[in-house]
Design a binder for this molecule. Structure first.
Ligand SMILES: Cc1cc2nc3c(=O)[nH]c(=O)nc-3n(C[C@H](O)[C@H](O)[C@H](O)COP(=O)(O)O)c2cc1C
Length: 358
């Protein structure tokens, strides 16, 4: 089977607008909604359509990338009733979150809190499995354990006994949260312990990481999260379709996000500004040029100013410097930082919003 790549769910960041942009960049086989929290009562149709607007479009994002709907909760009955409704609304896959480490979520019996009680994971998976049609797979996303990676086999057994179709394993415990390195050998143990396919997740950042993760875990399905926030083209790069993008092309995505936010919420400047600043901050961690732009963007209060700032930065980045000169001389705002070797734009396709640009 060929390699499967998934865009990880990321609450507070990867909403429907963002998933649409990622899907248009492409390279991934599917993406997953942010977790949709179910507490004591089943969720309404309105909530589900708000959190997964793709349900109204065949549960596909952008250029046709499947979106899996992720539910989070500790009670089998409301989870099952919500799953039944979301399947009726058109969900093609339902994923169950047993990995979220956020304290507030765990105190309310959700996410990684369930890792302490594998029998409860089994009951939730089984209730959801029973509630949705056979053709709708139910998957589970887990961590290695609450405080020990030795728990992972037992957790996989619970997910399998509940009737799930596959398991995504983030190679850290709840106690680790996001610290240290993902434990890929523990994901290998998970894979060997279950007959279900395992999706390996954690710290895949480069094509070399992907190859090493495949070698260590024996998996052929992978999920990528934080690295995709910094480098949205990562799935295309992991597939060998193109090289890393130049910084201004990533900023082009932020600019497009801003445009879509204003269409989505026309009278709400702060919505788009907040999202654009947040994404730019994440990209800035990886790139000195974007960091320079972000240092100015973060002070901007008006949407029009942000648009102008990004347009100018992108135009400067796109303009090739005279061949005989130091490229940074033509870009005074870049001159203060030491630049990594310039990566040529190797992209073979214009993105929809890039067409017609000079
Ligand atoms: C800001 C943020 C939000 C996240 N939200 C979710 C979520 O809603 N559901 C989920 O299953 N995992 C969530 N995760 C975990 C990621 O999906 C992924 O498992 C984790 O980041 C490890 O993968 P990575 O090293 O590729 O980032 C979140 C992670 C981050 C950093």
């Amino acid at each position: 089977m060929s390699t499967v790549l998934a865009l990880a769910p990321m609450q507070g960041i990867l909403d429907g607008l963002m998933r649409g942009l990622y899907a248009e960049v492409g390279g991934m086989d599917y993406c997953v909604t942010e977790f949709i929290r179910v507490s004591y009562h089943p969720l309404s149709e309105g909530t589900l359509l708000r959190d997964c607007p793709e349900l109204e479009r065949g549960c596909l994002a952008g250029a046709g990338v499947p979106v899996h709907v992720q539910l989070l909760g500790g009670l089998p009955e409301p989870m099952a009733k919500t799953a039944e409704l979301v399947a009726r609304l058109g969900a093609q896959v339902i994923d169950l979150n047993f990995g979220c480490p956020v304290k507030r979520v765990n105190r309310n019996d959700g996410g990684a809190a369930l890792l302490r009680a594998p029998e409860r994971i089994e009951a939730i998976v089984a209730a959801v499995r029973d509630a949705v049609p056979d053709q709708v797979p139910v998957s589970a996303k887990i961590r290695l354990g609450w405080d020990s990676p030795a728990e992972v086999e037992r957790l996989c057994a619970a997910v399998q006994a509940g009737g799930a179709s596959w398991i995504t394993v983030h190679g850290r415990t709840r106690v680790q949260a996001y610290s240290g390195q993902a434990d890929w050998p523990a994901i290998a143990r998970a894979r060997l312990s279950t007959r279900l396919p395992v999706v390996a997740n954690g710290d895949i950042v480069t094509p070399d990481d992907l190859a090493r993760c495949a070698a260590v875990t024996g998996c052929d399905r992978f999920m990528v999260g934080r690295a995709a926030l910094r480098r949205p083209e990562i799935f295309r790069v992991l597939r060998g379709q193109e090289g890393w993008w130049p910084w201004w092309r990533r900023l082009g995505l932020v600019r497009e996000l801003l445009r879509r936010c204003t269409v989505h919420r026309p009278l709400h400047d702060t919505f788009g500004l907040g999202k654009a600043k947040g994404w730019c901050a994440l990209m800035a961690a990886d790139d000195p040029h974007i960091n320079e732009v972000f240092q100015r963007l973060k002070r901007v209060q008006r949407l029009s100013e942000a648009e102008a700032l990004l347009d100018t930065a992108i135009a400067v980045g796109r303009t090739p410097g005279p061949p005989s000169e130091d490229p940074s001389a033509a870009r005074p705002h870049q001159a203060r930082v030491s630049l990594p070797p310039r990566v040529a734009a190797q992209s073979s396709f214009p993105l929809p919003w890039e067409r017609g640009q000079g």
